[in-house]
Design a protein around this ligand. Structure first.
Ligand code: SAH
Length: 404
C-alpha cells in the first residue's frame, strides 16, 4: 500500500528569467531552457524541483531534466501538492472518473486512461485494452518514478496486468533505458481482443506500434465510415485495419488497405477475419507514396480515400519537410478520388497546426482543379483530452471532405 500523504520534499528551487513567468502562471507544462535562470547548484536529472518567478514567487512543481529539450515538466500548480504518490493517485482517480463519465470503461472495450499533458501527467500515457493497461513513458522523471506510479495504477484500476513501454526515440532524448516488458500482473494473450464500437480488434500489446493500437481515431473511423456505403474505399496507412474494417462494416462495396509493415498487415488481416470481412478487404503491402502514384498512373479512382500517415516531423525545424510530405499525399489522394467522392485526411504531426493543414488542403485542391468542401473537422476522441494551456497536446487533425 502506498501512503496517501508525502512529506513536502525539500526540492531545489529553479527561478524563471524576468518576463518569462506568464506562460507558466497560465499553466503551460513545458519549461524550455531559455526561460530558466542559471542554477546555483547542480540538480540531478529527474528530480522534483520548485519553479519560482524571478522575484521568488511560487509558480509550480515540476520534474527536472537538463538533458531534455523540455528542462522542467510542471506537474502541479498547487504549492500544497508536489509530485509524489498523493498527487499521482489524485491524477489517476480524476482521469479514470472522466473515462467512466464518457462511458468508456466497459470491461471488454479500450480507452486512453491517461493522456499525458491532457490529464496533467506530462510524460505518461496509459491505454487500457480490456483488462490490461499499457503504460507508455516519455520522460526521465516519470521513468524514475514508474514503480510507484504503477503500484497506484494497479490499486486504483485493478487490471489483469500492466505492460511498460516507451517511444525509443523519446527514451534516448530524455536519457532513460527503453524497456518493453510486463511490469505487473499476468501477461496478456499474444493477441488481445477488445471491442471498438461493436467491432472486434486483436492487438499485440508488447510488440504492436505505440501502445498497440491507435485509440485516438476511434470516433473518426465512424465519421469516415458514415460515407462509405456502396463506395469503393482506399485506406492508406491502415495499420490494424481500423478505418478499413469500419468502412466494410458500414457497407462499402470493396476496400483496399495499404501498409508497408507486414506485421501490421498480419494483425489487420486477422481483424478482418474476426469480423467476417476477409472477402471485402484486400490488404496490400507497399510504400504508400509509391503505391498511390502507381495507382494514379493506372487511372484508378475510389469513392472514399482515407490517408492516415504517421508523424512526419518530430522537431519544429522539420515542419517544411512535413508540409512537403502532406502536399504530395493530399495531391495523390485527390487524384485518386472519383468525382463527387469523399476524402479523409489525417495528421498527427504536432508542429503542423490545424490551420496549416486546412490551408494546405485548400491550396492543393485549387491546384488540382477540384472543389473540396469540409464535412467534418475533428480531433482525437474525448478520452484524449487537450490541455487548453498546452495546445501542443492537440496533435491530431482530421478533415473529412466532399470532393467534386
Ligand atoms: N490508420 C491506422 C493508423 C496508422 S499508423 C489506424 O486507424 O489505426 C501509420 C501506419 O503507416 C503504420 O502502420 C506504419 O506501418 C505505416 N507506414 C508508415 N510509413 C509508411 C509508408 N511510407 N508506406 C506505407 N505504410 C507506412
Amino acid at each position: 500500500m502506498i501512503p496517501s500523504t508525502t512529506a513536502m520534499p525539500s526540492a531545489p528551487l529553479v527561478a524563471l528569467l524576468p518576463g518569462k513567468s506568464k506562460l507558466f502562471y497560465a499553466r503551460h507544462p513545458w519549461v524550455f531552457p531559455n526561460a530558466v535562470a542559471p542554477i546555483s547548484a547542480p540538480i540531478s536529472n529527474g528530480a522534483i524541483v520548485q519553479l519560482v518567478s524571478h522575484t521568488g514567487h511560487f509558480v509550480g512543481w515540476g520534474l527536472y531534466n537538463a538533458q531534455s529539450r523540455i528542462r522542467i515538466r510542471i506537474h502541479s500548480w498547487d504549492r500544497e501538492n508536489p509530485p509524489g504518490p498523493a498527487l499521482w493517485r489524485h491524477r489517476i482517480q480524476t482521469a479514470a472518473n472522466l473515462r467512466r463519465d464518457l462511458g468508456l470503461m466497459n470491461p471488454d472495450g479500450a480507452c486512453r486512461l491517461i493522456n499525458s499533458e491532457g490529464d496533467l501527467f506530462s510524460g505518461l500515457v496509459v491505454d487500457r485494452f480490456g483488462g490490461w493497461l499499457v503504460a507508455q513513458i516519455s520522460s526521465l522523471g516519470i521513468s524514475q518514478n514508474i514503480d510507484t506510479i504503477l503500484d497506484i495504477l494497479e490499486e486504483e484500476t485493478k487490471p489483469e496486468g500492466i505492460i511498460r513501454r516507451q517511444d525509443n526515440e523519446m527514451a534516448r532524448l530524455e536519457g532513460f533505458d527503453p524497456i518493453d516488458a510486463l511490469a505487473r500482473g499476468k501477461a496478456p494473450p499474444e493477441r488481445l481482443l477488445f471491442q471498438e464500437h461493436g467491432l472486434t480488434f486483436g492487438v499485440n500489446l508488447l510488440e504492436g506500434q505505440k501502445t498497440g493500437y491507435y485509440l485516438d481515431q476511434r470516433d473518426n473511423r465512424i465519421l469516415a465510415a458514415s460515407l462509405a456505403k456502396g463506395r469503393t474505399i482506399l485506406d492508406a496507412f491502415t495499420y490494424a485495419g481500423g478505418f478499413a474494417l469500419r468502412a466494410a462494416a458500414a457497407g462499402a462495396q470493396s476496400v483496399v488497405a495499404i501498409d508497408q509493415s507486414q506485421s501490421a498487415l498480419d494483425i489487420a488481416a486477422l481483424n478482418a477475419e474476426a469480423n467476417g470481412f476477409s472477402n471485402k478487404i484486400t490488404f496490400h503491402k507497399a510504400e504508400v507514396f509509391d503505391d498511390l502514384s502507381a495507382r494514379v498512373s493506372r487511372g484508378e479512382r475510389y469513392g472514399l480515400v482515407i490517408v492516415d500517415p504517421p508523424k512526419f516531423a518530430r522537431a519544429k525545424n522539420r515542419v517544411e519537410e512535413a508540409m512537403r510530405g502532406y502536399r504530395r499525399l493530399i495531391a495523390l489522394a485527390l487524384r485518386l478520388t472519383e468525382p463527387e467522392g469523399r476524402v479523409a485526411i489525417c495528421s498527427c504531426t504536432g508542429s503542423v497546426s490545424r490551420e496549416m493543414l486546412e490551408n494546405l488542403i485548400g491550396q492543393v485542391a485549387a491546384e488540382e482543379r477540384r472543389d473540396a468542401r469540409i464535412l467534418h473537422a475533428a480531433g482525437a476522441a474525448p478520452d484524449h483530452p487537450i490541455a487548453m494551456s498546452c495546445p501542443e497536446s492537440g496533435y491530431l487533425k482530421f478533415f473529412l471532405l466532399a470532393v467534386s
